[in-house]
Design a binder for this molecule. Sequence first.
Ligand code: WTA
Length: 660
Amino acid sequence: MSNPSTGDSSGDSIENLSQENRHFPPSPAFAAQANAKSDLYAHAEKDRLAFWEEQARELTWDKSWETVLEWNSPYAKWFVGGKINASVNALDRHVAAGRGDRVAFHFEGEPGDTRTITYAQMLADVSKAAHALTQIGIKAGDRVAIYMPMIPEAAVAMLACARIGAVHSVVFGGFSADALLSRIQDADAKLVITADGGFRKGAAFALKPAVDEALKGKHNVEKVLVVKRTGQETAWNSDRDIWWHELVDSQSSEHTPEFFDSEHPLFILYTSGTTAKPKGIFHTTGGYLTQAAYTHRVVFDIKPEKDVYWCTADVGWITGHSYVVYGPLINGATQVMYEGTPDTPHKGRMFEIVAKYGVTILYTAPTLIRTWMKWGDEFPKAHKLSSLRLLGSVGEPINPEAWMWYREVIGANNCPIVDTWWQTETGAIMISPLPGVTSTKPGSAMKAIPGISAVVVDDNANPVPNGHGGFLILDKPWPSMLRGVWGEDERYKETYWSRFKGIYFAGDGAKLDDEGAIWLMGRVDDVMNVSGHRISTTEVESALVSHEAVAEAAVVGAADEMTGQGIVAFVILRGGIPHAGGEELVKELRAHVTKEIGAIARPRQIMVVAELPKTRSGKIMRRLLKDVAENRAVGDATTLADPNVMKLISEGLNSSKDED
Ligand code: WTA
């Protein structure tokens, strides 16, 4: 990043302050072998619906569709009349084609236990589990809550539900009993699938007690199916609880699947709202699977016979649904699945796993990349990472300097980076480079993938010109779009389709650079208003991270008598980089932001902290930092990954107020 932009964007919904001039085209060798070539854009453009039909035909359907799309805004139906089974697409068709011996998962438990599971084994396991679910009385359309550690049975449980048409609702294993109960209630789940516990940070944690606690509330859960993972002491209600191994293992490993309507609900996934009640985002089958598989093929350039693919997301998030379970398995990929945390037993654990399995494609989140930066380069450098050929990022804007670090230190300047923008609601990737085509810019998700349309607009829904910022909208329906908010139709319309009447508004700010590339600028709710300038948190954070001493930054707009809001920054320093300390460093950082993006964005106050408050999926909770910056009691922090962080931040504030 360098040079403040020359184009005047003041008055925009969000201003465009930074400019990036670095370009990284794919190597000719990568481009030549890529799954997606540059003609894919024009091909999709020519006839969008025919293009999506082509993608759908890559899947196995029991009966083909009659109509590609029925669109009554905001309600979409894709591949209408088609019949399909998700688990057949993930498993049976590979086994039938003679690929049963291919490894589906290299599982690595946190304590170091491993399992190698082939496609044939997965199919047998899912078949047994499907029989077990039927025996318990689960039928098509019933909802099943899955509350599991990151172990293969989590994927087996999801696919077994899908196989019999039951709707899974995966609840992240780090959530509390209360959070679990509210999700069980909202979906009216009949069954909970869980485990005694899992391994995290070097110890066994318990899950089953949270289920017991949750089920003291009001619900219609009849049975609880429990995988034995840790072997720890587990309280038991013999009328209700069933050990997975006792029920599942003895079932037949042959199961005849039924096929369901393309629009049959596949899953509900709750977005962990930071303030309001979580929304049950629900997805259906045919369109979702089509886009998950297509994006996995073209964005990750998967070569199922050769690649070892590792997406580090937990199945409790949408990324774990689309890019651990459905997309990769439909494409017959070989994956790594890791149960534990990145720093157990040491900070090089994940690099060790890359080297051990020869991982070729790594897909992770900026929060982890910045954590690696904070820990220092010696950890990745101690392991052989040369098997990597493609790197991906998702979940938050990736700051240009974090992107460069990812490229240089993890990718040895040798791997295209795909920064993929999408949401639980979109179901699959929407904006991303194509790795063999796009000349990428550090920090930009570049443009909508073939078949998808994304536009940056102003307050009146008019597209903004290059060099300007605004709101990100998706103006054409797409196959994996959410079909609603479970049981809350008004909320669906209100949340997504009302800011711009009849158009999907993602809630994110974005800008187009001078060449029309899309830069995500964070949630519009976080946009700061300084003396009438609307400044994105992302740009100021990226300016801070571009200073060599900074690994991670979070900024918020705090009430300010003079300027409306003043910018308050929280920064985490990088390991192993010498720098000025205290006041000296703060001064330097403020000057650095001024140089990078201009005086208007210079933070009023900068605080050096050891940690930032994050949700369980790694997103920074700026709302809580704003409470600190405005000297308020910190608000509801129940969705924080580490509840102690706010205390640490509030205590450690030897803040350094701007006096000039
Ligand atoms: C943010 C995760 C910038 C964005 C798949 C979005 C991103 C929200 C990116 C959805 C990215 C995700 N660049 N921002 N590449 N990817 N986001 O539902 O604000 O957990 O609206 O889905 O994350 O988060 P969710």
